[in-house]
Write a protein that binds this ligand. Structure first.
Ligand code: Z5A
Length: 225
């Protein structure tokens, strides 16, 4: 038996940081010590390069930044597995799904017939990473997210891009839900993030609690393999 790996995904300002933090606090209140993680992890050497790019302090080829985001996850891949096997649940703010959704959204204005970075290409570097047991996709319309604090300060925070990102997240979710064989891992659940913080938090808790209480029988799976 091991602990579950839970990922919270979503558009910018959908409330991922708010919800991961509320969940972490609730787990602690229940006497469960969980590890809170966030990608990009801007503290590593690779993470600092990503941070500089996101703040538009540096320019990088689209392929390069995509591979750096993935490398930033691989830096922590064995640590993730070790924690889960040691019984520590992980709550993670963004993961490989953001990597695909943002990169594959680049350069798809209607005038361009194909994306700059094809979806399958974007998925490749993350194949084999530890797979989450549950992905909670916090869904909100970009025009509503925009009304929340701080929107527009970083490179990708533009409404048109966010709408394309949302479409790719929806594709990722439906591909996972359509997998009918084997215990589907990860399980993808869309949560309406346009509601009150507490309402969203209660739904998140209802989905996470059974995994944390019952724990997981299977070894940590590998993403898309
Ligand atoms: N990126 C990528 O391209 N490739 C990758 O592989 C990865 C990421 C992993 C930085 O991510 C960028 O990196 C991101 C994707 C890309 N693109 N952009 N831009 P980040 O996670 O570091 O930054 P972020 O997306 O901008 O997340 P955020 O600022 O942390 O937003 P959030 O976590 O979703 O929301 P929040 O901080 O919890 O809440 C935002 C505001 O809304 C705040 O004022 C809250 O008080 C408020 N809020 C939260 N919930 C509610 C509700 N329910 N109602 C009303 N107001 C609320």
């Amino acid at each position: 038996m091991r602990a579950p790996f839970i990922v919270i995904e979503g558009l910018d300002r959908s409330g991922k940081t708010t919800q991961t933090s509320l969940l972490h606090t609730r787990l602690e209140a229940e006497g469960i010590q969980a590890k809170l993680m966030k990608f990009p992890d801007r503290t590593t050497v690779i993470g600092q390069m990503i941070d500089s790019y996101l703040r538009s302090d540096s320019e990088l080829d689209d392929h390069v930044i995509h591979l750096l985001f993935s490398a930033n996850r691989w830096e922590l891949a064995s640590y993730i597995t070790q924690l889960l096997e040691a019984g520590t649940p992980i709550i993670c703010d963004r993961y490989a799904f953001s990597g695909i959704a943002f990169s594959a959204s680049k350069g798809i204005p209607s005038s361009t017939p194909s994306p700059k970075l094809p979806y399958e290409w974007c998925r490749s570097p993350d194949i084999g990473l530890p797979a989450p047991d549950l992905v909670l996709f916090l869904d909100i319309a970009p025009e509503r997210a925009k009304l929340r604090g701080g929107y527009g300060e970083e490179r990708y925070e533009k409404e048109e891009l966010q709408a394309r990102v949302r479409g790719i997240f929806q594709r990722l979710g439906s591909e996972m839900q359509n997998e009918t064989q084997r215990p589907v891992r990860p399980n993808w659940v869309t949560v309406d993030a346009g509601r009150e913080r507490k309402v969203v938090a209660n739904e998140v808790w209802s989905l996470v609690e059974p995994l944390v209480i019952n724990r997981i029988d299977d070894p940590v799976a590998k993403l898309w393999s």
